[in-house]
Every structure is written in C-alpha cells, then in structure tokens.
Design a protein around this ligand. Structure first.
Ligand SMILES: NC(=O)c1ccc[n+]([C@@H]2O[C@H](COP(=O)([O-])OP(=O)(O)OC[C@H]3O[C@@H](n4cnc5c(N)ncnc54)[C@H](O)[C@@H]3O)[C@@H](O)[C@H]2O)c1
Length: 263
C-alpha cells in the first residue's frame, strides 16, 4: 500500500486517465477527491470506488471553484498530500482553422487550470512541509506536431510550469513533476475520431515505429502517477516522465538490424 494516509485531489477524473488514477490511488490506500465538469459521470465513477472516494464538481478554469474545492477537502480530510492536474481538452486543426478563442480555451484548461490548482494547494502543502503535484502533460509537451498548435503550446506551457513550480516549491517539501503520455482515453479524440481513421498509413506509422508499437492505456499512465505520488519518488522533482513506449527514443525500422556485411 503505497499511499496509506494520503489525501489526493484528481482533476478531470470522471473518466479516462483521471478515473484510472483515482482507482490506482484508492487501491493503494489513499483518500481520493475526484473532480470534473462531468458531474453525473464523476459521481458514478467515485461511487464505484467505495467510501475512500468522493466527487466534487470543479471547472479547473474557475479560480473561486478551486478555493471552494480545496477548502472543502481541508474541512473534510484535514490535509492535501497529492494534486493530479489531469483535466485537459484537445483541439486538432491547422493554425488557419484554430480561432483565437479556441487557442485561448485550450491553454486556459490545460495550462492555466493547472496553475490555479498549484496556487490553491501550495499553501496547505507548504504548511505541512510536504506534497506531490503531478501534471498530466503529453508527449506533445516534448515535441511538436502539425495540427496541434494550441494543444502543443498548452502542454509545453504545462511542462514549463512544472519546472518553475518544482524550483519554487522544493524548499517547502513539495515535489512537482509532469507525466508525458502517448495515449490515454481514445474518447478524447471524439469529434475527430472518424477523420483520424481515414488518415491510414500516415497515422499508423506514428505509433508503429515506436519501441513498443502501441498507445499507453489510462492505467499504464496511472501507475506512473502512483509512483510520483508515493514516497518512493522522494527525490524526484522537476522531471518530465514519458509514458510513450519509447516514442522519443527514435524510429524502429523493420529489418534494419537484420542486415550484415563485413567492414
Ligand atoms: N487521450 C490521449 O491520447 C492523451 C494523450 C496524451 C495526453 N493526454 C492527456 O491526459 C489527460 C487525461 O485525458 P484522457 O485521455 O483521460 O481524456 P478524457 O477526455 O477522457 O479526460 C479529460 C477529462 O478532463 C475533463 N475536463 C475537460 N475540461 C475540464 C475543465 N475545464 N475542468 C475540469 N475538468 C475538465 C473532461 O470532462 C474529462 O473527464 C489530459 O490532460 C490529456 O491532455 C491524453
């Protein structure tokens, strides 16, 4: 049991990766407050996890909602040990097809929302002299990709925020790390799903050239979040941990290692 006695807040937890993180944390003994804008789904998810989990509605872009959530968790549980900034939205579209409003919305949820969360939990964590903040970024926080200008900018911002916060809060006993997955809930691709299927080899090669040629599942990401939340990661801060099956290691070329010649 890696998280016995710890209290965690997870954002964007009604489904997908956030829900998988809640499940792992509860299994390891944590008390979990799952939050999301999807209230019915979030409540049902938390109920399934039993008495160690509860749900609170939270739009991460709403600063006063953050204050209310953190105040509520402190009133009910007395402490906050872990914050997982997992809430996120995607936009796929060329720069020409990305309005200023969309760009701002993506950055607002994915980066500014996490900043608001860090600002809200830092005082009670500092008062206790310990805490772990985990930002679920993306492989798109480590490289660029056409069609993802808003999403990529938001995730690079989140990774930059991770480093700055790690430096600023380290002396208060708070660790801040980012997890950078290639994969998660395929449901996130919602409106683009059918169009993506039509891309064919261009899209297939994106995943199939990896050392492990597939996407990460929500639970595979949750297991890395679990490590960072636990005291096993005591000396780990300011890190960006890829959960990408070796995507960034380079390209696997079928047959390249089967060639031979004398030199
Ligand atoms: N799905 C992928 O392929 C993938 C890849 C890399 C990184 N990620 C990241 O992983 C995280 C989790 O995504 P997922 O894959 O589980 O997809 P998901 O769409 O299932 O989860 C995102 C959750 O965030 C919630 N959310 C959206 N806006 C919110 C807001 N303003 N306030 C609070 N909650 C809000 C949604 O309701 C949803 O439950 C996201 O940060 C995402 O960017 C996903």
């Amino acid at each position: 049991m890696l998280l016995t006695g710890k209290v965690a807040i997870v954002t964007g937890a009604a489904r997908g990766t956030g829900a998988a993180i809640c499940r792992r944390f509860v299994d390891e003994g944590a008390t979990v407050v799952a939050t999301d804008v999807l209230v019915d789904e979030g409540q049902a998810m938390a109920q399934k996890l039993g008495p160690q989990a509860s749900f609170a509605a939270l739009d991460v872009t709403d600063n006063s909602a953050w204050e209310a959530t953190v105040g509520g968790v402190l009133a009910s549980h007395g402490q906050i040990d872990v914050l997982v900034n997992n809430a996120g939205i995607l936009h796929i579209g060329s720069i020409a097809n990305t309005s200023m409003e969309t760009f701002r919305r993506v950055v607002d949820v994915n980066a500014t929302g996490a900043f608001a969360g860090i600002a809200a939990v830092a005082p009670p964590m500092s008062a206790r002299g310990s805490g772990s903040i985990i930002n679920i970024a993306s492989i798109d926080a480590l490289h660029g990709m056409n069609g993802l200008s808003a999403y990529t900018a938001s995730k690079w911002a989140l990774r930059g925020l991770t480093h700055a916060a790690a430096l600023e809060l380290g002396r208060s006993g708070i660790r801040v790390n980012s997890v950078c997955p290639a994969g998660g809930n395929p449901g996130m691709y919602g409106p683009w799903g059918t169009q993506l299927m039509k891309l064919g080899p261009g899209l297939t090669s994106y995943g199939s050239n990896r050392a492990i040629p597939r996407e990460a599942s929500p639970d595979e990401i949750a297991r890395v979040a679990l490590f960072l939340a636990s005291d096993l990661a005591e000396m780990v801060t300011g890190a960006d941990i890829p959960v990408d099956g070796g995507h960034l290691a380079g390209d696997y070329i079928e047959g390249f290692d089967q060639m031979s010649a004398d030199i």
